[in-house]
Ligand binder design. Structure first.
Ligand code: ZN
Length: 322
């Protein structure tokens, strides 16, 4: 590629980037690449030191990942590693593109994240919604090639990244990444800043527990960089997530306990679901929704919450029985 063409692509990449922010500390910089709502308003973060670059997550769509790769290429330094926060398409979807431009790059993730990438990728096709992106979503799935034990520190050049899993929360495995150089905690989707919390995988109980453990593990005045939304302070962000997940659990429980709410098969009636979707949609009207809208998020979250809370109710009844 000619220098001029590369420069033009780099410029196009910068213009297409919804938000490029950089902060510099001790000669290293921390940068954010945020996509538009078409690709779910997701953040990737990249760090640069004299020795090279490190990327956290890889975005959803090929055009975004191409732009991100062009931004990284323009730095003329090696990409020392990619770290993954969790196994969702908007975080691993761009891996194939990143690896195309940086063939040698090691990709780090926990075993639980790695093992869930292909199933999540395949489920998106089975469910049929990912096809809406056409060729912009990469059908080639790339898996991490470096396994990380939860709690261990990955050292890349002169930068350190402590990766700690808090288990099944927003996804099957949610990892927080602490950078001592920047004194920043990358919270992935375990703690976001603004969006409706996604409970479609039925782990709302795990979310409540995980958020409590996160609040114990890090100080409230820790700077937190989420994978959706702007950076903020960890304490208030965790409180916000706890409140909204507690609200959704409480409303689902109430819906289940209402007289005649359940069908003969023991599921919520259509009328009960419609009523609850109205409550959720109204309550979360002003939240970010990954570009999907609060009503769609309401139905997605109900599909995870309903079987989870029905199972909790059944388990409680069996425990109470003599
Ligand atoms: Zn996400």
């Amino acid at each position: 590629m000619t220098v001029k063409k590369r420069a033009l692509i780099g410029l196009a990449a910068l213009l297409a980037t919804a938000a490029v922010q950089a902060e510099v500390k001790d000669g290293r910089s921390l940068n954010r690449y945020a996509t538009s709502e078409r690709s779910w308003g997701v953040n990737a973060y990249w760090m640069e030191s004299e020795q090279g670059l490190v990327l956290i997550d890889s975005l959803l769509l090929v055009p975004d990942a191409e732009n991100l790769a062009a931004v990284l290429k323009a730095r003329n330094k090696p990409l020392l590693g990619v770290l993954l926060t969790h196994p969702h398409v908007d975080h691993f979807g761009g891996l194939s593109t990143i690896r195309k431009h940086f063939p040698e790059v090691p990709i780090y993730a926990t075993a639980a994240t790695t093992n869930n990438i292909r199933p999540v990728h395949e489920r998106a096709y089975e469910q049929g919604w990912i096809q809406a992106f056409g060729a912009d979503y990469d059908k080639n799935v790339v898996l991490p090639n470096k396994l990380v034990e939860s709690g261990s520190t990955v050292i890349l050049g002169d930068m350190h990244f402590q990766m700690t899993s808090f288990g099944a929360m927003e996804s099957a495995d949610n990892v927080l990444i602490y950078s001592p150089e920047f004194e920043v905690l990358f919270t992935g989707d375990a703690v976001m800043n603004g969006p409706i919390y996604y409970l479609g995988e039925g782990h709302s109980h795990g979310v409540m527990e995980g958020l409590e453990r996160i609040a114990q593990a890090y100080p409230a005045n820790q700077r937190a960089f989420p994978s959706h939304g702007d950076p903020g302070w960890l304490g208030p962000m965790v409180e916000h997530e706890l409140a909204q997940v507690a609200f959704m659990r409480e409303q689902m429980s109430k819906a289940i306990e209402r007289p005649k709410a359940l069908t003969e098969e023991g599921k919520l009636s259509d009328a009960a679901r419609a009523r609850l979707s109205g409550i959720f949609t109204e309550h979360f009207r002003h939240y970010l929704t990954f570009g999907l809208g609060s009503e769609t998020l309401a139905w997605m979250n109900m599909s995870g919450l309903e079987p989870e809370l029905l199972a909790e109710r059944k388990a409680a009844a069996e425990k109470a029985a003599p």
